[in-house]
Design a protein around this ligand. Structure first.
Ligand SMILES: [Zn+2]
Length: 427
C-alpha cells in the first residue's frame, strides 16, 4: 500500500502569480545573487513533505499525481522559499524596552553596557527565570516567526554565561526543535561577554575562557547540544586572541565557527574567522577594504544585520554593495534579540536591506533564503524551491515579489508551510 499512502500524502499548491524558486547551484555571489528564477502562474507538487515538481501550472497540474493530490489554491499570491533566519538570540527572559528609551535619550550602547545594562542585564533576568518560563516565551516567538514566513532559524545561547544556564538554553533549543514545526539550528555563544562574577577579579577573563574551553565546550559537544560555536569579538567583549582560543576549542570538538565581527569597531575578527574557516561572519559594519576582498574570495558567508543598526539609530550600515561586487556570499538575518534588534520580521529586514544597504528586492530574497541556508550547512535541503528539497514555503499576499520589501513594517505573509505541512494560515 506504499503507493497509495504516497498519493494521499501529496499536496498540490497552485494558483501562484509568481513562484520565486531561487533555484540554481551553489551559494549566490555577485550578479548571481539577483537570479531568483521566478515562475509566473506556477504550481508546486509536494510528496511526503518534499518538493516533487515545480513549474508552470499547466504542466504541473497535468501530472497524474497532481490530480489525486490534496489541493491548495493560493489565489494569485506569491510563493517564496521559507525564510532562513541565520542569526537569532531566541531564548531570553525579558525585553529591554527601558534601555531603548535611555538610548533614545542619548546614552550609547557601550555606556549602557558599562552600567550593568545590555547583555549582562539579560543574563541576570535569564538566570532568574525557570526553564518553563523561557520555553513558553520562546514558543510564542516561534509562532511569530512562522507568521512572518520564516521556516528555519539559527538560535544562539549567550544570556546564561554559566554552566547551568548555558546548558539549559541549548537543551531548550533541542526540545523546541523536536516539539514545534520550525527547524532550530543551535549555536553555543558562551563567549558573548565576560559575566559579572568574573569581572574585576585577577585573571577573571582568563578564568572564564578556561570555563568555556575546558568545561562548557566539551560538555556541549559531547551532548550534541550545538552545531556551531560563536564569539562576540568586540571592544568590551572578547579580543581577537581570546575569540580565536574559543573558536579553536569549539572547532576541535566539531563545532563550526561563526563570529560576531566588526560591529562597532574593526578588530580583525573577519580575517580571523576566514582563517578558521568560519561558516559566517556577522554584522560587518566596520569592514576594511582588505576584509571585503578576503570575504569575496572565501566560503565564509557575510551575514548582514541591518535591524541592529536601525534599532540603535546608527548611521553606519554594512557595505553590502561592495561585498556583492567583491563576490562575497551575502546573507541577511534579523539578529532577533532583546537589546539591539527586537524584531522577528524578516520582511522588515528585507525592507531595510533594500533602502539602507541598496540591495535589490531580488538580492535580498536570495540573501534571506539560499545564502542563509548555505551558512547553516543546509543548502542541500532548504533555501530554494527545487525538486528534492524540503517543502518549506511562505506565501505572501502580494502579486509581485518586490512588494514584499516595498510594504515596510507590514506583514504580508499569508501562509507558511514547513515540510509540506501548513503551520500558519492567516484568518
Ligand atoms: Zn547577535
Amino acid at each position: 500500500m506504499a503507493s497509495d499512502r504516497a498519493v494521499s500524502d501529496s499536496l498540490l499548491i497552485s494558483g501562484a502569480a509568481e513562484i520565486v524558486t531561487v533555484r540554481g547551484r551553489g551559494p549566490r555571489r555577485g550578479d548571481a545573487l539577483s537570479e531568483i528564477g521566478v515562475i509566473r502562474d506556477g504550481a508546486i507538487l509536494v510528496r511526503d513533505g518534499v518538493i516533487a515538481a515545480v513549474g508552470p501550472s499547466r504542466k504541473i497540474e497535468k501530472l497524474k499525481e497532481s490530480k489525486k493530490a490534496e489541493k491548495v489554491d493560493v489565489g494569485g499570491r506569491v510563493v517564496l522559499p521559507g525564510f532562513v533566519d541565520a542569526h537569532t538570540h531566541l531564548i531570553h527572559a525579558a525585553s529591554r524596552a527601558e534601555e531603548y528609551e535611555l538610548k533614545i535619550r542619548g546614552a550609547s550602547y557601550e555606556e549602557i553596557a558599562r552600567e550593568g545594562g545590555g547583555i549582562l542585564n539579560s543574563v541576570k533576568k535569564l538566570r532568574a527565570a525557570t526553564a518553563e518560563e523561557l520555553k513558553k516565551r520562546a514558543r510564542g516567538f516561534l509562532e511569530k516567526f512562522a507568521e512572518y514566513g520564516t521556516t528555519t532559524i539559527e538560535a544562539k545561547s549567550g544570556y546564561g554565561l554559566d554552566v547551568t544556564s548555558e546548558l539549559r538554553i541549548l537543551s531548550l533549543h533541542k526540545e523546541l526543535d523536536a516539539e514545534q514545526p520550525l527547524e532550530i539550528v543551535s549555536t553555543f555563544l558562551g563567549a558573548h561577554v565576560v559575566p559579572a562574577e568574573f569581572r574585576g577579579k585577577t585573571c577573571g577573563t582568563q578564568r572564564y575562557l578556561e570555563l568555556l574551553t575546558e568545561e562548557l565546550i566539551p560538555e556541549v559537544a559531547e551532548n550534541g547540544l550545538a552545531e556551531f560555536c560563536d564569539v562576540f569579538c568586540e571592544r568590551g567583549a572578547f579580543t581577537r586572541g581570546e575569540s580565536r582560543r574559543v573558536l579553536e576549542a569549539g572547532k576541535a570538538r566539531g563545532l563550526a565557527p561563526r563570529v560576531h565581527a566588526e560591529q562597532l569597531s574593526n578588530t580583525g575578527a573577519t580575517r580571523m574567522g576566514i582563517e578558521l574557516g568560519a561558516a559566517s561572519c556577522d554584522h560587518l559594519e566596520y569592514l576594511k577594504a582588505a576584509d571585503i576582498r578576503a570575504l569575496g574570495k572565501s566560503k565564509t558567508v557575510a551575514t548582514l544585520l541591518p535591524g541592529c543598526d536601525f534599532h540603535l539609530g546608527l548611521e553606519r550600515y554594512a557595505a553590502a554593495r561592495e561585498l556583492i561586487e567583491a563576490g562575497a556570499i551575502v546573507a541577511l538575518a534579523t539578529d532577533f534579540n532583546p537589546g539591539t534588534s527586537p524584531t522577528l520580521s524578516m520582511a522588515m529586514i528585507l525592507s531595510l536591506a533594500c533602502s539602507r544597504l541598496r540591495m535589490t528586492p531580488a538580492e535580498v530574497i536570495a540573501a534571506a533564503t539560499i545564502n542563509a541556508a548555505y551558512s547553516l550547512g543546509r543548502m542541500d535541503r532548504i533555501g530554494s524551491i527545487e525538486r528534492g528539497k524540503q517543502a518549506d514555503l511562505a506565501v505572501f499576499e502580494v502579486a509581485d515579489y518586490r512588494e514584499i520589501p516595498y510594504y515596510f513594517g507590514v506583514n504580508t505573509c499569508w501562509m507558511t508551510i514547513k515540510r509540506g505541512e501548513i503551520v500558519y494560515l492567516r484568518d
